[in-house]
Design a binder for this molecule. Structure first.
Ligand code: MRU
Length: 357
């Protein structure tokens, strides 16, 4: 994707100058949209920290980050014990997005059968494979989603509502929910995106709005509570969101607040799609209550981050000192509210999702 006309991915290996050691470069997403900063990750502990603190975030990207985390761990020490310990640390770093556990298990399965001396280079290669596959999958999602958009298009502005950030920042490149929107925009279709802010971390307001602006896609940021009203007014033609985990029966676990958007879309007869690469589908789980929902720190609810008049980025408290907080980070939209799942293999109704296995 383009940032100030320069091509970027969200994660890439770099060599540390003057040594044979590889490191990983990431875009620090906690600083966006106000500061664009690239951070070097040099070891497993730093990668676990980057995932936990959401310097990298979004299901496909944390899958790729975890794979590179294993490669960094193998660079430090390629023993079986270290491989297992690294895998365990990474898997517990964020529990809900299934891509993370999926990619760690794939790395372990690939490396376990290798001689110790081959594991360092083998790990870098497999992590690169995971990253490249993500790019290709998201590009294909963009094309399948573009067909859906074309079907709805009537030569006037098509309004698409999205929640959280499922753009290229949440993946290695292209994005999931935003991939069809970029494809439509680039094909000359007149699309406009309603971006719901996504409290408490504001991934919509901070990240989705930023990347749409970088790409020149028309968009408007709305409060999380405005979506239902806009749907009633006839101002939303379709909803596309990403997902952190989809059950084998098509229930969609995504950022908190997605369920409310789906309910409103259903009530207003508006198509509701989730765009996911197949590693986001958890074939082991058929009922959404089996999904662990990450509970994050209450300070994310108590404080807002923003740009102060003096140009500094500041946190301000928005609740009374005495008040308690609760911060479930994800919710589940039942399959009955989902029109279709857009994957790299095509678009599937939830009840036939198994056809894309
Ligand atoms: O907590 P986050 O920011 O990692 O949550 C991200 C989301 O919920 C995304 O919508 C989801 O991962 C899909 S990303 C392509």
């Amino acid at each position: 994707m383009l940032i100030n006309q320069q091509v970027f991915r969200t994660i890439w290996p770099t060599e540390v100058i003057g040594s044979a050691v590889n490191s990983i470069a990431i875009i620090d997403q906690t600083k966006l949209p106000h500061v664009f900063e690239i951070v070097q990750i040099e070891n497993l502990a730093q990668m676990v920290h980057a995932i936990k603190t959401m310097q990298v975030r979004g299901a496909p990207l944390i899958g790729a980050a975890a794979a590179y985390g294993i490669a960094l761990a193998m660079q430090q020490e390629a023993s079986d014990a270290h491989l297992q310990a690294a895998a365990a640390q990474l898997i517990q770093s964020r529990p809900t997005a299934v891509n993370l556990a999926w990619s760690v298990r794939r790395m372990v399965a690939c490396l376990q059968g290798m001689p110790i001396e081959a594991r360092n280079s083998g790990a870098w290669q497999e992590a690169a494979n995971i990253a490249e596959e993500d790019v290709a999958q998201n590009q294909a999602i963009g094309q399948h989603g573009l067909s859906l958009i074309k079907n709805l298009y009537q030569n006037k502005t098509l309004n698409i509502l999205t929640h959280c950030n499922a753009g290229w920042l949440a993946t290695v490149d292209f994005g999931t929910a935003l991939a069809p929107i970029y494809a439509a925009n680039d094909a000359g279709l007149n699309v406009h995106v309603w971006v719901s802010e996504t409290r408490p971390r504001n991934q919509g307001a901070a990240l989705t709005a930023w990347e749409l602006a970088q790409h020149g896609v028309k968009h408007t940021v709305i409060t999380d509570n405005a979506g239902g009203h806009l749907m009633q007014q006839g101002l939303v033609d379709m909803v596309i969101v990403g997902a952190d985990r989809v059950t084998s029966t098509g229930d969609v676990c995504n950022k908190i607040g997605t369920y409310l958007k789906a309910l409103a879309a259903f009530d207003n007869n508006i198509p509701f799609y989730a765009a996911v690469p197949t590693p986001t589908i958890d074939w082991q789980i058929s009922h959404y209550q089996a999904i662990e929902i990450e509970e994050r720190h209450g300070d994310e609810v108590a404080y807002l981050q923003g740009l102060a008049a003096d140009g500094s980025v500041q946190n301000v408290r928005v609740i009374p000192n005495e008040s308690k907080t609760a911060n479930p980070a994800f919710d589940v939209t039942p399959a009955r509210l989902v029109t279709g799942i857009i994957t790299e293999k095509g678009v599937f109704a939830p009840n036939v999702l198994k056809n894309c296995k």
